[in-house]
Design a protein around this ligand. Structure first.
Ligand code: T1G
Length: 706
């Protein structure tokens, strides 16, 4: 993930009276310090060349610029800084025009703002997404954007971080001229010639008058603050963005730049910047694994899905949404009809919400076909079974698939915990078998655990990752074990939460403490949402092999024995009056917990919220370390991505393993050692964690490029 050398160049050449300056640093023209030096040199060249009357900035390749090189953050900042570059562009004695194609994001938009005019072809996109990295537009954007666009529009762009297409940017004045074709170079040069012909001079953005209505600007700032107070609860940089925009209103430009710089450095120093940038790079690193480096994926043009239940239908929607045809096979006509209707319900809801039209639904459903005969699958390239979670049922499906599928067809199972090696061993082509663990709802959740059995062919792993790309999923490679990466770790930290509950904290305090850490929901709310019966089935499945010396909290079983599974049954840990989704604490549950404490002869004690979080996170991190140690996850960052995309882990903390590095592995291990004295079996420290602490290393040291 570290790029040792600073790559890329800035080149320039004269085209008639225009100095054409090109930023060239594939693939996104990220502006590292060499690029920033080159831009300043180009502006100086333009000023000193008497044959140059104007400058045009453009990006090489498909993009204008994806902003400053974010790999530089967390290290000593290198001069010249982007604000220096932007000031130099704006101060150029000759008109500067930015000609935009592809993306101009973050610093990319900021150098365009520093130019005197902005041109973009209509497929271009601009934006100030720094908030998504825990920072703020630190190249003068918080001072120039409000002056050019007004406080309201500028704040919306900076606080959402959204990409804006060129046509919309043109409507609010971020773009001066919208191109008609695909060629930013020739159309941009034509625009510059037109400006020269009109003798349109320099137009420093710092002189724009978007803040002239101070009352309206102040009101926009106030409104922005009110709107993010709840939405951005716990975040750092959104509030710094508002403070910087407030400075653009209250301070002269140069002072405002100094305020922006101070606030930018505060964001850079924040652990949230480290967490969010870790998340940004990790969701790209998970795609890089030995199998996808060495071999090409198999072609697939059609997908078969066995089973039209909740998961089968969700997977079918994800495949249909990717523009692929689906052949669904069910055991009989009634089940097939139900399967199709489960798919149609998803699209009907989108029609009701006005998200798609009935015609669009028709076109999508035209790519769906159904059959009750496996023979229909003879020509399909890839099949995903999503039948009942029972090994014998799945084995039979595998045998029937083997009888009908063509050579080279990929056979995937959507099991959420069963042994994929055992399924592969069921047929004479284990090299074609892979696990694709979708998360419910499969057409919404982005995480896809790609479970890699021992005999699979590398190109089948590559095919699974290619399918993930087609479906817009984030794939994480997982080894075979009970629960793979996410559910295996979930079982452990949920166990920690249940132990805390039995030892004295209410489920409501535990949920509240976990929400305070940044999760959207606590473990007991989550159990009520997904249904306590699922965990109950898992516990019953494991009871025969459960270690009798392991602590077992029976409180969840007491609720399930009463049919209190959660939202689906109107009550679980919480009461859901009249089916409301907002649960209320249930005194009967608290009475059951008291009874269980008495039965287990436990004298309840109080817990602070901090202690709850320390235990909860220590359990998650310790099991995450074991999952990496055993090779179930390739790297700690793979565990992070699983939790960011499948379990609602707060993104600004980067994931459980990144969080552990932030806290310090020694502190984490000290906690685990303390808890180990209470329960040596549950809290056995991961040997990997012990070794890393012993050598003074952290999880990041294991994330190196594969
Ligand atoms: N710096 C460094 N590397 C970057 C990068 C960046 N800004 N943007 C992308 N990359 C790498 C990425 O990690 C991947 O690397 C490769 O480029 C292709 O990216 C002062 C402070 C531009 C829309 O937030 O949104 O300017 O995996 O796979 O799908 O105010 O990358 O190949 O080794 O995503 O075509 C603000 C972040 C920066 C935009 C292209 N800018 N980038 O998407 O390719 S901070 C952003 C993106 C800043 C100033 C502030 C996307 C993209 P590798 P990719 P893509």
């Amino acid at each position: 993930m570290e790029h040792e050398d600073q790559f890329g160049t800035v080149t320039w050449e004269r085209r008639d009276r225009v100095l054409l300056v090109k930023i060239d640093n594939a693939p996104v023209n990220a502006m590292n310090f060499r690029i920033r030096q080159g831009l300043i040199a180009a502006i100086e060249t333009a000023e000193n060349d008497k044959q140059v009357d104007a400058v045009m900035l453009i990006g090489a390749g498909h993009n204008f610029s994806g902003g400053v090189d974010i790999r530089e953050f967390g290290k000593p900042l290198l001069e010249p800084s982007l604000p220096d570059v932007c000031n130099r562009i704006e101060a150029c004695t000759k008109p500067v025009v930015a000609a935009i194609q592809g993306v101009a994001l973050g610093g990319g938009t900021e150098i365009a703002l520093a130019a005197h005019y902005r041109f973009a072809i209509n497929t271009a996109k601009l934006g100030l997404p720094e908030v998504g990295l825990g920072i703020l537009p630190g190249g003068g954007g918080t001072q120039r954007a409000p002056r050019l666009l007004g406080a309201k529009v500028a704040l919306e762009l900076m606080l959402t971080g959204r990409r804006v297409d060129a046509a919309e940017a043109h409507t609010f004045g971020l773009i001066d001229r919208l191109g008609k074709g695909e060629d930013a170079l020739s159309e941009g040069l034509t625009y510059v010639e037109e400006l020269l012909h009109l003798r349109a001079g320099r137009r420093p953005t710092r002189d724009a008058t978007g803040l002239s209505d101070k009352t309206a600007s102040a009101a926009a700032i106030q409104a922005a603050h009110a709107s993010i107070a709840e939405k951005a609860r716990g975040l750092f940089s959104p509030f710094k963005i508002i403070e910087a925009v407030n400075a653009s209103l209250e301070q002269p430009f140069e002072e405002g730049l100094r305020t922006e710089r101070r606030l930018f450095l505060e964001c850079i120093a924040s652990p949230q910047r480290a967490g969010l940038i870790h998340a940004f790079f990790s969701e790209r690193e998970v795609w890089k694994l030995p199998e996808t480096r060495q071999v090409a994926p198999r072609e697939f043009r059609s997908v078969g899905i066995i089973g039209g239940g909740l998961m089968g239908a969700g997977i079918a929607v994800a495949v249909l949404d990717a523009g692929l045809p689906v052949l669904m096979v069910e055991r009989d006509e009634a089940s097939l009809t139900r399967g199709r209707s489960n798919i149609e319900k998803v699209y009907d809801r989108l029609i009701q919400r006005g998200r798609i039209s009935a015609e669009q639904k028709e076109r999508v459903m035209a790519r769906w076909t159904g059959s009750t005969s496996y023979a229909a699958l003879g020509d399909v390239d890839l099949v995903i079974e999503a039948v009942f979670e029972d090994l014998s049922v799945k084995k039979e499906v595998f045998q029937r698939l083997n009888d009908v599928l063509k050579n080279g067809a990929v056979i995937a199972t959507n099991t959420s915990y069963l042994d994929v090696d055992a399924l592969a061993a069921e047929i004479p082509r284990p090299q074609d078998v892979i696990g694709l663990h979708f998360f419910s709802p499969a057409n919404v959740m982005k995480l896809l655990e790609v479970v890699v059995p021992s005999k699979v062919s590398p190109d089948v792993v590559a095919t699974a990752f290619d399918l993930a790309k087609r479906l817009g999923k984030i794939p994480v490679r997982a080894g075979v074990c009970d629960g793979f990466i996410g559910n295996r770790i979930l079982a452990v930290f949920r166990g920690a939460a249940e132990a805390i509950m039995e030892d004295g904290a209410s489920p409501y305090q535990i949920d509240n403490a976990v929400r305070g850490f940044g999760f959207a929901m606590g473990p007991f709310q989550t159990s009520d949402l997904s249904g306590g019966d699922i965990g109950w089935a898992t516990r019953k499945r494991r009871s025969a092999t459960r270690n009798p010396n392991a602590r077992y909290v029976e409180i969840p079983d007491r609720l399930c024995e009463r049919g209190w599974f959660g939202q689906k049954s109107g009550r679980g840990y919480y009461l859901y009056p009249e089916g409301s989704r907002q649960g209320m604490p249930d005194p009967e549950v608290e009475a059951i917990i008291d009874d269980e404490r008495r039965r287990a002869q436990i004298t309840p004690r109080t817990f602070t919220d901090d202690e709850i979080v320390h235990r909860y996170m220590a359990a998650m991190i310790n099991e995450g370390a074991k999952v990496v140690e055993e090779g179930i996850a390739l790297r700690p960052l793979d565990v992070d991505v699983v939790f960011l995309y499948g379990y609602g882990f707060p993104r600004f903390r980067g994931g459980p393993m990144k969080y552990a590095d932030t806290v310090g592995l020694k502190a984490v291990l000290d906690n685990i050692r303390a808890f180990e004295r209470e329960d040596p079996l549950f809290w056995r420290p991961s040997q990997l964690l012990v070794d890393l602490v012993a050598r003074g290393d952290n999880f990041a040291s294991l994330n190196g490029g594969l």
